[in-house]
Design a protein around this ligand. Structure first.
Ligand code: FUB
Ligand code: ZN
Length: 611
């Protein structure tokens, strides 16, 4: 039984944790990304007047960086008009209009540097850029009613369809970096024009058939770009993690719309493969910097983890599509794991800077030893320890802004008679005549009140996988509820108030013993937060810290976040090998993982010895 998404435009996040994040994006992050993208020439590149000798030579996927920023502005604008931001978008759209060729083509890099090579180099992201521009154009039209951007992109999409699908005259048959497939499904949903769904299907169906291989192009064939098998025969997550998850998003989209059992089966298996063997406890995925890829099952090293912000985010996008196909709480649980941990770590608390790779452990002393070693393994890659404002490859920052601005998409799904409550965020939502007011201080507190008015619906409230003790109260009286696939079901009529109270207490979590990096270690979680130790709170190096099982919850006022205190000790030996251990007790402090690295460079550890 499939469901519909109650999209972000019908859900207003009115307070609490995510409202603060959305305000941060609106007031700080969107502008900071704009400034950094302007400084680095990304916006002026759209003028198409770059000449040799000038600084900031346009890069082959800058279009996509700006496109995601434009899309973010659309989501912000939908909630509250922002004339200054809108003026910037309009100028970019005018630039695109001026530069777009007669036949509809638009790509900064190819038009400036190699117009004769268009649609011949599979690895150079033309279709990826096109996909992001299409997503932005849809969002902007939807938010403002200004149609020009969408018309330009419809013209471009028509060219792509003609060259790739009708004439089959391009040198490759499916994109080297997936993205346009899911954008085309959105275009179909928005315009109801079947040709866009057909084009998305065309790209999906061509992948893995290896019919066309541009000469000398070895990189963009095979596992790294999910081209090793036809998509309906792919059952494990492989290759570049962002590419992979964008592909899986489109596969899930098409499985739903086309009632395609083969795609659905592949998506279910791939999703299980990810969450059962290839995902960090934080929801980060893509554990190696080598090709930014999924590693083999259970290979989840902490100190060298890659875990790109875009990859975590795209896993949440995939999970959301899967929960549309089938309301099973494991999908929303995964979304929750990602958004409170592996994704959110990508953004600094002040909203100005970003991680591209997200460390799962920082041991500064060990890094120094490895780096100074004569036998230094040059391939050993450690993620950066401090967020920065812009990267040479800056795909993550505008992905963060568009994701948080539209995070309302993740709260509710519905069928004719049921509303699924997937995420707990203080909000007001409208589904036709039915209004839902969600009041909560989640994730700091596990109590959620839902007031329904204007009709009657069954509510299906997700009981998070981490939650062991919860109660349900209807209009002040405790009620029992049947739980189906992780959702507690309860009828609600006009004026009813349902209160779900989930006990949030710190808990110890272990990893499957096949995850070598976590063997013998435990993590502490608090509600949806994965907690971590930081050197700045715990006296520098964390390598010798042993935690005890005695935990108390506190609040860190300077971070504005809950913390956990643990009885602990530093255990050191008196020589390289020794049976004499010196144990110095202290109280350890753990903070939510996503907030690490906001107080200078320091050690960080999620997995610890607990004794
Ligand atoms: O190549 C485009 C984007 O930049 C990818 O999705 C990221 O992994 C980064 O390589
Ligand atoms: Zn990225």
């Amino acid at each position: 039984m499939s469901t519909e998404i109650l999209t972000y435009d019908k859900v207003n996040i009115t307070g609490g944790f995510w409202r603060e994040k959305q305000e941060l994006i609106r007031k700080t992050t969107i502008w900071n990304v704009y400034r950094r993208f302007s400084d680095t020439g990304r916006f002026s590149a759209f003028k198409m007047d770059w000449k040799e000798g000038m600084p900031n030579k346009p890069h082959y996927f800058w279009d996509s960086d700006v496109a995601k920023w434009l899309e973010s502005v659309a989501y912000l604008t939908k909630k509250q008009r922002e004339p200054e931001l809108e003026a910037i978008v309009d100028e970019v759209v005018d630039d695109i209009e001026r530069a777009q060729t007669e036949d509809g083509y638009f790509n900064i890099f190819f038009q400036l540097f190699m117009p004769e090579k268009r649609f011949t180099i599979r690895g150079w992201h033309e279709l990826y850029c096109a996909g992001h521009l299409i997503e932005a154009a849809i969002a902007y039209d939807e938010a403002t009613g200004k149609r020009k951007f969408l018309d330009l992109m419809l013209k471009y999409a028509a060219l792509i369809k003609r060259i790739f699908m009708d004439e089959q005259s391009a040198a490759f048959d499916s994109p080297g970096h997936e993205e346009i497939e899911l954008a085309l499904v959105k275009l179909y949903d928005y315009t109801k024009d079947r040709q866009w769904l057909d084009l998305a299907l065309f790209f999906i169906n061509k992948r893995g058939l290896k019919e066309k291989l541009p000469e000398g192009d070895d990189y963009t064939r095979g596992t790294n770009v999910q081209d090793h098998l036809p998509v309906r025969e792919q059952f494990t997550a492989e290759g570049h993690a962002v590419r992979a998850c964008y592909l899986y998003c489109a596969m899930a989209d098409l499985a739903l719309r086309e009632n395609d059992e083969g795609l659905r089966n592949a998506c279910e298996k791939i999703f299980s493969d990810i969450v059962n063997s290839k995902m960090y406890i934080t929801g980060a995925v893509g554990s190696t910097h080598v090709a930014e890829a999924f590693e083999d099952a259970y290979r989840l090293p902490n100190d060298t983890a890659y875990g790109e912000t875009c990859a975590a985010l795209s896993l949440a996008l995939f999970a959301r599509r899967m929960e549309r196909i089938e309301p099973d709480s494991r999908y929303a649980d995964t979304v929750e794991r990602v958004i409170y941990n592996g994704f959110l770590a990508g953004l600094s608390l002040d909203g100005k800077s970003f991680f591209y790779e997200n460390a799962q452990e920082i041991d500064l002393e060990n890094r120094a030893i490895v780096r100074s070693s004569l036998h230094n393994n040059k391939n050993m890659h450690f993620p950066i320890t401090q967020r920065i404002e812009v990267f040479g490859c800056s795909c993550c920052p505008p992905n963060v802004t568009r994701f948080i601005s539209s995070i309302g998409d993740f709260i509710y799904n519905y069928t004719d008679d049921t509303i699924y409550v997937n995420q707990y965020m203080e909000s007001e939502a409208a589904l036709g005549d039915v209004k839902l007011v969600q009041t909560t201080n989640y994730p700091f507190d596990g109590k959620v009140s839902l007031k329904l008015s204007g009709g009657a619906k069954k509510l299906a409230l997700r009981v998070p996988g981490w939650c062991r003790v919860w109660t349900l109260v209807k209009n002040g009286a405790p009620v029992a509820a049947e739980v189906v696939k992780g959702y507690a079901l309860i009828d609600a009529a006009d004026g009813d108030e349902i209160v779900l109270d989930m006990r949030i207490a710190p808990r110890f979590v272990r990893a499957d013993s096949r995850v070598r990096a976590d063997r013998g270690l435990e993590a502490i979680c608090l509600g949806p937060f994965v907690m971590c130790l930081e050197g700045v709170d715990n006296g520098g190096s964390l390598a010798s810290v042993v935690l005890r099982r005695n935990l108390t919850v506190g609040f860190d006022d300077s971070l504005g976040l809950p913390c956990v205190y643990a009885d602990a000790a530093r255990e050191t030996t008196d020589s390289l090998y020794s049976d004499t251990v010196v144990s110095t007790p202290f109280t350890a402090k753990l903070i939510p993982y996503f907030a690490f690295a906001n107080r200078g460079e320091t050690d960080m550890k999620i997995w610890n010895v607990v004794r």
